[in-house]
Write a protein that binds this ligand. Structure first.
Ligand SMILES: [Zn+2]
Length: 410
């Protein structure tokens, strides 16, 4: 009875969602592979969901190569030479495989398998997204080796995504996943980085909905005074999160009753030219800012130990969760695990960007022109602002009075 040398290994997802280490495959006493059995810390275990791997030497370094999830095929592959050269014109010689030369290619299918096995260590959501993108890419691209992929393959991929009715944003994401796979910055596959094969799929992000009056009332009810002050600042300035985090009392001009966004190299804050601006703000907000500045220990209005607070979004998410305001229907990730917003502060409904939308809508309803709002929001183009204003609240009193005001008395 001769036991084959264990050069075949299994890897599977553990109950905590992480990928297991590589465990040696098991064979019966006739040297036949026992499908999906492996030796885990001295104990035979059966893992039908596992993927097979073999050890391979590439450029002098040992690594892993996926040989699929069919036990017999995997064993055949593990016994065969480890790497298929890109160009094979002569009959293969049977000798120990040398380190591959530049001519050798990395098979796309195998690289995708190895890549995904490493992406699996990230969140399940990320893994699912990459898996889908690379699968769809594989259907559109018939190249055998990774190094054969060109920009034209990405263009063809994007065209097929468009023909299948995918939205711009989805096409952008799918193409970006393939580009990240090719770049291989994290070493998630075995082959060398391919940096110059990339295309850009433009997409326009849909602006968020403004908070309703009821949502704001609920948020203010469950917030403490410090938090309420922060929400009022967002609503009154229309600032972006980063702009709020570096805001200081010295940005307020008490004569013009405006607040300024400008470069602050001492905080590493560098807005684009169109984002540098003066925004007129309510008298009540100026009074509140002055009061905060007097009681505060540093120049920052919403600082954290004298440094800009980089976690304002987190504050909002926690306040909403603790206050029972999450929708209970959406999902997010905590420590790489998918969780419901009913049980963690991950609700997609509570985002800072929505305050900015309220600012724009409020001022638009108040009669400010789109040009003015463009300037106050620091948008580079009027088109962006118009798109912002287009997604309005169709249930507001203003809309009701417009709707009810026509054809009266007919
Ligand atoms: Zn939610």
């Amino acid at each position: 009875m001769r036991k084959p040398k264990a050069s075949l290994y299994l890897r599977f997802r553990m109950p905590d969602g992480k990928q297991s280490p590589y465990y040696p495959a098991l064979f019966d006493n006739k040297s036949r592979i026992r499908p999906f059995w492996c030796l885990v810390k001295g104990t035979p275990e059966h893992h039908p969901e596992a993927t097979y791997y073999k050890r391979v030497k590439r450029e002098g370094k040992w690594g892993w190569e996926s040989v699929g999830s069919d036990a017999n095929t995997a064993w055949t592959k593990a016994q065969a030479g480890s790497i298929c050269p890109a160009v094979s014109t002569t009959a293969p010689e049977h000798k120990e495989p040398d380190a591959p030369t530049a001519k050798d290619g990395y098979r796309l299918d195998e690289e995708i398998a190895v890549y995904l096995s490493n992406v699996a260590k990230l969140s399940p959501k990320t893994y699912k997204a990459y898996k889908r993108s690379l699968e769809v890419f594989r259907q559109s691209c018939k190249k055998v080796y990774v190094h054969q992929i060109t920009k034209q393959d990405l263009q063809a991929f994007d065209t097929s995504l468009m023909e299948d009715g995918n939205e711009d944003r989805t096409r952008h994401n799918r193409v970006q996943h393939v580009v990240t796979f090719l770049r291989n910055e994290e070493g998630r596959r075995l082959g060398p980085a391919i940096k110059d094969v990339s295309i850009t799929v433009k997409y326009v992000e849909a602006p968020p909905e403004a908070y309703t009056r009821q949502e704001l009332e609920d948020l203010f009810r469950v917030s403490d005074e410090d938090e309420r002050s922060l929400w009022r600042f967002f609503l009154g300035t229309g600032f972006r999160e980063a702009e709020v985090s570096v805001a200081e009392v010295t940005d307020v001009n008490h004569d013009t009753k405006t607040i300024r966004v400008d470069e602050k190299t001492y905080f590493g804050f560098k807005p684009k030219d169109c984002e540098k601006r003066n925004v007129p703000i309510p008298d009540a907000l100026i009074a509140e800012i002055d009061a905060r500045a007097k009681s505060g220990s540093c120049s920052l209005l919403f600082g954290n130990n004298g440094r800009p607070d980089g976690h304002l979004l987190r504050v909002l998410k926690h306040v909403a969760f603790d206050g029972g305001l999450n929708c209970g229907k959406c999902k997010g990730t905590v420590d790489g695990k998918e969780v419901s917003c009913a049980e963690a502060p991950v609700c997609e409904k509570w985002i800072l960007h929505r305050f900015r939308k309220n600012f724009a809508t409020d001022r638009h309803n108040g009669g400010a022109s789109a040009r003015k709002i463009q300037k106050w929001l620091g948008h580079s183009s009027l088109e962006t602002t118009l798109r912002y204003l287009a997604v309005g609240d169709d249930t507001s009193d203003e809309v009701r009075s417009i709707v009810n005001g026509v054809h009266v008395g007919l």
